[in-house]
Design a protein around this ligand. Sequence first.
Ligand code: ADP
Length: 432
Amino acid sequence: MLILAVTLVLFYAIISVILYNRNLDLLKSEVKQEAEYICTAVNISGPSYLEQMSQVDERTRVTQVDDEGNVLYDSSSEEDDMENHGTREEIEEALSSGTGEAVRMSDTLGRELYYYAVLLDDGSVLRVAKSMDNLALTALNVLPVMGILAVVTMALALLLAKWQTKRLIKPINELDLEHPLENTLYEELNPLLVAMDKQNKEKEAVSNMRKEFSANVSHELKTPLTSISGYAEIMKNGMVRPADIPVFSERIYKEARRLITLVEDIIKLSKLDEESVELEKEEINLYELTREVVSHLAPLASQKHIRIEITGEQVQCFGIRQILDEMIYNVCENAIKYNNEGGRVSVWVGNTLEGPKISVSDTGIGIPQEHQERIFERFYRVDKSHSKERGGTGLGLSIVKHGALLHGAKVSVESTPGKGTRMEMLFPRDKG
Ligand code: ADP
């Protein structure tokens, strides 16, 4: 509509100018012709011919001026009332070169006039003039036609635009968004449909993962609870000798502890899942943090006669303290849990070309190649009984993976069964 409106206005302006120029050209040739006739007639029959002129055509004004500029004859005014015409452009031109012309507003008539002057044989000048519409008047004459044209074309354009938009939008509204790739509509929409399909699949995967997770959680919670209730029932029925009561209590206590750890891990994971982790990122000394974690784990290591040591250098990282602590703790704890009696755990913290890095190596049981990818999944354990025996929930490395994602860090595993495992966490270089 806007383009049409602009086009119409431009068209109107151009057509007015063209019409005006055309009228002017026509008028000029007409006036010139008339002037030539009168000139010839006056040259033949003398100025008395002019006297009859005023009766012929009232729209044409004829004036005769002598070489001094005095008006000798004028078809529309009294000669005596008229001022000297010697300075008029067309008269001056005619006196010097034989003919002259000019377009200007007439003081006498109040309209635009075209003047054409010719030098007569007797040395005086004959001037013929006709009034014409100026540009504004020409434009005003064209206006009604243009107005009707504008209204009709605009109405037509509006109707067409509405109809076309409706036709284009209708199939889009009828798209099957559940199966975007099955629609064959506009080629231009394909990237959008592909993106939509990808998003649908991602949503489905997330929802499947949630379902699987809930099923796993229920199962994991049920196992220790069943054990606890079983042991308690045996004790309640008096089927346990007083001497065995400490053993049973110990089992109940262990299962209860496992339950608590499990619930704690689930809470940690679901907190990490809520993408907007409220905790603020801050500048953290990774070496100091790791040292604290290692010293917390020292009693667990010494129970198994495992030597744990930390080397490296002070290095800063921009992150969330609580989550980083959790990540380092889980990796170091695994290195102890899945180690052999009298084994070794070496922790290194330092700066590398790619960024700050924490590397944890153990001399433990190792992870077979085919399991290395999957150990980061929720509840995935290489050896279920082994893990449970060591108080594992199968969620530790999931927490590590989520934490790494939140920090833009990369976690890698290198492991040889029977020899040991090296787990590395590489953090992005601090931009500050
Ligand atoms: P868990 O609570 O069972 O330790 P994790 O998610 O921390 O759960 O680890 C998943 C599994 O990966 C463990 O059950 C274990 O089989 C294996 N794993 C992790 N770290 C090590 C390691 N350092 N050495 C050997 N196996 C490991």
